[in-house]
Design a protein around this ligand. Structure first.
Ligand code: GTP
Ligand code: MG
Length: 369
């Protein structure tokens, strides 16, 4: 449970904000309509006003997005978001590079312009968004914060090495996130490649690939020789069709920070992946305890764009501080609201830090409910 403005709380209860303020005043709190109260206070108020309280997830309450479901009619197909995972040196980066080079658009433009943590590939069968999380840590951080970034995991297993500890870790991550896996058996060009061994070893981890009668798609590839990259993309597109991925592009954006850093020339730069809605230059953006008015949006080809819709990765410029990878972001309608949310979070963060460990534990428990 986190925070909600008085206005938002009143709206949800279909009560007048002034009545909420009066009630708070009786309890000794002098607050204004746009002030933020924590979820516990909100719950007490709601109950006093005779409403039944249903708490949604922490992030939802905090963002004031509770019950903010999009109507089915507004949902439009979006590109799948794919994370490539696997053991060290099994060829994740090589595979992503090879796929990116196969992209007709960058191919025409003369190669890769810059590295960003996420990018899109146009294929004849549709667009695919790849998230290039360095190692598993970022993925774990995002998952720990409840950000469901990825729709699919491509599990890269080198055919000359087989299933290794980080392969198993990646399988566990994908399972915990309840995300389907596509197996890319890589390095099949190598003389000592043994794809069949990979399949058998995967069985021990309850991954049964299609050719063994299971339902996990598998593709034998070589990043080095660029073998079967089209088949891998086909498998990704096939799997995503089954998922029927959709989002409403016609609403204020929300999504997740994939990576962020303080750039010498440009200031704080956050690479974000839009999950719903459309992010525009000029929008008021809040992520973690960072906020700012979007000054520029830069796409994965290094071009300035005015806006970005669902499943599109973009760099966001104009923030006052640097958010963290895994932070959920949202667009709000006023700077005042952005300040309140970030101030509140800063305060909560300090409280957590300052609290004695037992209190901290219970606070953390409370916050993770
Ligand atoms: P980390 O990011 O360090 O975990 O590694 P990675 O999984 O990204 O592997 P990377 O793409 O860096 O490749 C590791 C090594 O394997 C490099 O030397 C690649 O050239 C080589 N390699 C990758 N794919 C293939 C392949 O299909 N065939 C052959 N022969 N070598 C490959
Ligand atoms: Mg790599």
């Amino acid at each position: 449970p986190e925070a909600i403005t008085i206005q938002e709380l009143a709206n949800r209860m279909a009560e007048r904000a002034v009545d909420v303020i009066k009630l708070l005043m009786k309890q000794g709190q002098m607050l204004k309509i746009n002030d933020v109260i924590d979820a516990d206070t909100a719950e007490i108020i709601a109950e006093e006003m005779g409403h039944r309280v249903k708490r949604v997830s922490e992030a939802d309450v905090e963002m004031g997005l509770m019950g903010d479901e999009d109507a089915p009619d507004d949902m439009v197909s979006r590109a799948p978001v794919v994370t490539v995972m696997g053991h060290v040196d099994h060829g994740k980066t090589s595979l992503l590079d090879a796929i990116r080079k196969a992209d007709v658009v960058t191919g025409e433009a003369g190669g890769i312009t810059q590295h960003i943590g996420a990018y899109q590939v146009e294929t004849p069968g549709g667009t695919v968004t790849f998230v290039d999380t360095p190692g598993h840590e970022a993925f774990t951080a995002m998952r720990a914060r409840g950000a469901k970034v990825t729709d699919l995991v491509v599990l890269v297993v080198a055919a000359d090495d087989g299933v290794m500890p980080q392969t198993v870790e990646a399988i566990n991550h994908a399972r915990a996130a309840e995300v389907p896996i596509i197996v890319a058996i890589n390095k099949i060009d190598k003389p000592d490649a043994d794809p069949q061994r990979v399949r058998t070893e995967l069985l021990q981890h309850e991954i049964v690939v299609e050719s063994m009668g299971g339902d996990t798609l598998e593709v034998e590839v070589s990043a080095a020789k660029r073998t079967n990259l089209d088949k891998l993309l086909d498998a990704i597109l096939l799997q995503s069709e089954i998922l029927e991925l959709k989002a409403n592009p016609d609403r204020p954006a929300d999504g997740v920070v994939v990576e962020a850093q303080l750039d010498k020339g440009r200031g704080p730069v956050a690479t974000v992946l839009i999950q719903r809605g459309t992010l525009n230059v000029g929008d008021i953006f809040v992520a973690g305890s960072a906020w700012g008015r979007v000054r520029a949006l830069i796409n994965d080809r290094g071009s300035n764009v005015d806006s970005a819709g669902p499943s599109v990765p973009v760099e966001v410029l104009g923030l006052h501080s640097t958010p963290e990878a895994g932070d959920q972001f949202v667009v709000v309608d006023a700077e005042q609201r952005a300040r309140e949310i970030t101030d509140y979070r800063e305060r909560k963060r300090r409280e957590l830090k300052g609290a004695p460990s037992s209190a901290r534990a219970s606070l953390e428990q409370m916050m993770s409910q």
